[in-house]
Design a protein around this ligand. Structure first.
Ligand code: DX5
Ligand code: ZN
Length: 552
């Protein structure tokens, strides 16, 4: 029997995103099926638990008690549906078991039950701690971290705590003790979603200044955006460097993140959505979009400043156009420049190689620590492409393939599809930013999307060239989920405003699609009611102002 030991391997960025998306989908299906459960916390902690189980921790789904495993203590037990879904996707038990959530006789109860090999039917493999009454997990973690250290073991302990839970005095007793014992092998992660039970933490029991509190208790404190996987990875790596004290990662999260009407809404702390809403919610979750500014666009060549302003402006990834002056009639920069730019941001680098013979230089882009590397179908044979994807995958980098406007999907690509995370469709002839979108590409994109879906493609379609707010909805409806924007962002004079406008257009396209789905399953009115506060700002563009107004 092959025992899978997960040794903190470098899972590729887009695969990690996809897995965390599957966690949310599985959790909401379980909660809707059970008619009860906590979507709010399951979603606010999804990236935190996902990065730990899919990327950072040493653990083994086949051997839950593996002696060298890192420990994850989920002290905020009510995030159980999200936690179970993470364990299931990680391989601890079949995802189909999520349908038994909270059912009599199921081991997936409202709060996790610690796994013991003797009660395998009552306890959840991968669960280290029976979280029910909250405020206890950090104390338990101290015991485990101390014992590991006394035994000279290298295992690390990760503990997820809540900000409502931080009302518990025991949390602060534990905080003092952990610092006293200098437990550098202990990392607490605070799911700082600013909501507890039926209200906002700062109204009920103010926790701020949170950072100062933990610093005053002699903890190493790191503050991050808690849904940003790159920042989570970076913070966990930094926590591993702490030598003489425990670390707390204060993760600024959003309760219910992923489903817009549940977002930052106390109502959805412990409430299940109606079962009939499930297909629409799944559509929303799988429709996450990424905005990728292309830094060759615009006047000035200061790539560093462009990357910084894109990050400040709310971009998801940075699009890097590498041109060799041979495959395309322009040349830009190569991997040397990317190496110089890598330290500027934790945002993923999306390298678009418009060069001849990419196989010859692929190692340079691996060494430059790109997160996505896309080569053109016109520049490589099937065997080249196979070698390129193998090398990228073995280095935890997402492989992509790009098609010029007149290039069809090559038949040789289909056997490789499970290794491909991005199919980039050029909507201009490559070579320059600021060109006009070629409208004929829309029908091609629809066809490519259909063909890829038929072949079980799980990756992203990336649209590149002439994308702006006027064409974005049509490109979204044609199937794209990554949107490259050069001139629309760097030619706008207001980078933040431009990115907000692109996101607004994505939202309109998404809401239109979800409304169509609600129509199709006969729940339009109910959906409009549930979604009203999200739809009001978009009502004019969606043409539903009167209908929303008439809703009582
Ligand atoms: C063109 C590049 C695109 C381009 C995008 O060959 O691949 O990424 O820079 O810029 P806009 O959005 O201005 O077309
Ligand atoms: Zn490009």
């Amino acid at each position: 029997m092959v025992v899978m030991l997960i040794m903190g391997f470098k899972m590729r960025y887009l695969d990690l995103k996809r897995k965390i998306c599957s966690v949310r989908m599985l959790a909401i299906q379980g909660i809707a099926e059970a008619g009860s459960g906590h979507p709010g916390a399951s979603f606010s902690a999804a990236e935190l638990m996902g990065v730990l189980y899919f990327r950072k921790m040493n653990h083994s789904p086949e051997k839950p008690d593996w002696d060298e495993r890192d420990y994850f203590i989920n002290s905020k037990g009510h995030s159980a549906p999200g936690f179970y879904a993470t364990l299931a996707i990680a391989g601890y038990f079949p995802p189909s078991e999520m349908k038994t959530l909270r059912k009599l006789g199921s081991r997936l109860q409202g709060h996790p039950v610690r796994y013991t090999p003797y009660e395998i039917h009552q306890s959840v493999p991968g669960t280290e701690f029976s979280g029910g009454s909250e405020g206890i997990g950090l104390s338990v973690s101290i015991g485990i971290a101390l014992a590991n250290r006394l035994d000279g073991k290298k295992n690390r302990v990760y503990t997820l705590i809540g900000d409502g839970e931080s009302n518990e005095g025991q949390i602060w007793e534990a905080a003092m003790a952990a610092a006293k014992f200098k437990l550098h092998n202990l990392v607490a992660i605070l799911d700082r979603n600013r909501i507890q039970q039926d209200g906002f933490t700062e109204d009920i029991m103010p926790l701020d200044p949170t950072r100062d509190k933990w610093s005053a208790f002699n903890w190493n404190v790191i503050e991050i955006a808690g849904h940003n996987v790159e920042q989570i990875i970076d913070a966990l790596n930094k926590a591993s460097e702490a030598k003489d004290r425990p670390t707390i990662i204060i993760a600024k999260t959003v309760k219910g993140n992923g489903i817009k009407h549940m977002t930052n809404n106390p109502q959805w702390h412990g409430k299940a959505p109606p079962r009939e809403h499930t297909p629409i919610l799944l559509e929303e979750l799988r429709s996450e979009c990424l905005i990728a500014p292309s830094i060759i666009a615009g006047q000035q060549e200061n790539y560093e400043e462009k990357i910084r302003s894109a990050e400040r402006g709310g971009a998801d990834i940075i699009h890097l156009d590498i041109m060799d002056g041979r495959f395309v009639p322009n040349s830009t920069f190569n991997s040397d420049i990317i190496k110089q730019l890598r330290h500027i941001t934790t945002l993923p680098f999306d390298a678009h190689l418009m060069i001849e013979n990419p196989l010859a230089v692929i190692q340079d882009y691996i060494d430059a620590r790109c997160d996505i590397v896309t080569v053109h179908a016109e520049t490589c044979s099937e065997s080249d492409f196979g070698q390129i994807t193998d090398r990228l995958l073995s280095n935890g980098i997402s492989p992509g393939i790009a098609l010029n406007p007149s290039t069809e999907l090559p038949n040789w690509l289909f056997p490789h599809l499970r290794d491909v995370d991005v199919v980039l469709i050029m909507s201009v002839n490559p070579g320059f930013a600021g060109q006009k979108f070629i409208p004929e590409v829309l029908s091609k994109m629809r066809l490519v999307n259909q063909k890829l879906t038929e072949h079980g493609f799980l990756g992203y379609i990336e649209a590149d060239g002439g994308i702006d707010a006027t064409i974005l909805q049509a490109v979204y409806e044609a199937g794209a989920r990554i949107f490259v924007a050069g001139n629309a962002v760097y030619g706008s004079g207001d980078i933040h405003g431009a990115i907000i406008q692109l996101r607004y257009k994505v939202n309109v396209a998404l809401e239109r699609k979800l409304l169509e789905q609600a129509n199709a399953i006969g729940i339009r009115r109910d959906w409009l009611k549930t979604r009203k506060h999200i739809l009001i700002p978009l009502a004019n563009e969606l043409g539903i102002e009167e209908e929303l107004h008439a809703l009582k």
